[in-house]
Design a protein around this ligand. Structure first.
Ligand SMILES: NCc1[nH]cc(CCC(=O)O)c1CC(=O)O
Length: 330
């Protein structure tokens, strides 16, 4: 793409990036704006704020259409041409509904940290919390793994942006002893002074060892644009990190095959091994983590979808769908 074509495309109007009005969404949109600005020096870039109703919804996500509710207004603005680019945490992009027609992810930024942490008011580790303590999380994946390790604790749903959740933890009459959150989310919003216990991502094969296997898409930011908008798509493509893109394709192929949705107790994590192969780990839990299936496979970095499909097929063969259905497609 020559600078002339860019100049023509952006002569009349700036490149518009849609951004949800949360601290984390704003920080990620600004990061993408900076990267796009470096890739095409001189183009004008504008952040367009989009108020997302579900950000203010404290109830059950299924009532407003699941995880897709968060992206609905952004998707409409992208398809309708009010914005040119949208920025998403891949973890939040549902696997059971297709992307809006005519749109695609043009870039996946290099994967960041995938660890979840336990944030507490005073730094008490998970192992030492008194029986009956309440852990705040809305993710069945997190609740299942916490409960498997400490069946004597309780988990309680908590919703809202990360900063709002931390406020709830520190509130005077907070019911929560701790919250499970993504470490990268805390880093992004600068909440680094919190008492954090980093939870290991490796599943050790038994419930007595603490682990928190990452969700599909953990730590990856995706840049979404209209396929027909070639200048923007080609510009966005320049930000793509190829091995991250391969890992995401493997993980999301697994998620599609398991029909993973916002309430799915599914973990999936693809990595590149030191010898240049791709490794993929998948796991499906029941609600309290007392039952699970898991699969680990290796494959060619050039065939991510095949690896994801193999892990999914293995999980399905072991009865994954029964566990997912028992948790409820609510
Ligand atoms: N569900 C909310 C959400 N979506 C993306 C992140 C940040 C982590 C990431 O991008 O993987 C978070 C915060 C959290 O789960 O604590």
């Amino acid at each position: 793409m020559t600078n002339v074509v860019f100049a023509e495309r952006f002569a009349e109007s700036p490149l518009r990036i849609g951004v949800r009005t949360s601290v984390m969404a704003t920080i990620l949109a600004e990061r993408v704006a900076t990267l796009l600005g470096k890739a095409a020096p001189g183009i004008r870039i504008e952040l367009v704020k989009i108020q997302v109703t579900s950000d203010h919804w404290g109830g059950d996500l299924s009532v407003i259409g699941g995880k897709a509710a968060f992206s609905k207004q952004i998707d409409e603005a992208l398809v309708g041409g009010q914005i040119d680019v949208a920025v998403h945490c891949m973890k939040d992009v549902p696997g059971d509904v297709p992307l809006p027609e005519g749109t695609a992810f043009g870039a996946y930024l290099e994967r960041e940290d995938v660890h979840d942490v336990l944030v507490t008011r005073d730094g008490t580790p998970l192992a030492d919390l008194p029986p009956g303590s309440v852990i705040g999380t809305s993710a069945v994946r997190r609740a299942a793994q916490i409960t498997a390790y400490r069946p004597d604790l309780r988990t309680k749903r908590i919703r809202g942006n990360v900063d709002a959740r931390l406020d709830k933890l520190h509130a005077k009459d907070s019911p929560y002893a701790g919250l499970v959150l993504a470490r990268v989310g805390l880093q992004r919003i600068g909440a680094v002074d919190e008492h954090q216990e980093v939870l290991p991502v490796e599943f050790q094969g038994d419930k007595s060892t603490l682990s928190m296997v990452p969700p599909v898409g953990a730590g990856v930011v995706g840049v979404h644009a209209r396929v027909a908008d070639a200048p923007v798509m080609q510009l966005v493509n320049q930000l793509n990190h190829p091995s991250t893109a391969a890992h995401i394709l493997a993980e999301r192929t697994m998620l599609h095959m398991l029909r993973g949705h916002c309430n799915s107790p599914i973990a999936g994590y693809a990595t590149t091994t030191p010898d240049g192969q791709m490794a993929m780990f998948g796991m499906v839990f029941n609600q309290d983590g007392s039952a699970f299936v898991r699969s680990h496979a290796w494959g060619d970095l050039g065939d991510p979808a095949i690896l994801g499909a193999r892990v999914a097929a293995d999980l399905l063969h072991q009865g994954a769908m029964k566990l997912i259905d028992a948790t409820g497609r609510s």
